[in-house]
Write a protein that binds this ligand. Structure first.
Ligand code: ZN
Length: 55
């Protein structure tokens, strides 16, 4: 099932797609910060939310 990883702070979608990725991978890709609100996401995955995508 497609999933998306969003910032808990602002709701920015940081990853969306079929490929299952861990939140940590996505956070790493953005160097630990939300590209929109600049929140320091840390690397434990607690600052992001993983949700199923409904198309
Ligand atoms: Zn954000």
């Amino acid at each position: 099932m497609p999933q998306k990883v969003i910032c808990r702070e602002c709701g920015e979608v940081m990853y969306e797609g079929d490929l299952l990725r861990s939140p940590q991978d996505v956070i790493k890709k953005f160097e630990g910060k939300c590209p929109k609100c600049g929140k320091d996401l840390g690397f434990d995955g607690e600052s992001v939310q993983v949700k199923p995508c409904k198309s």
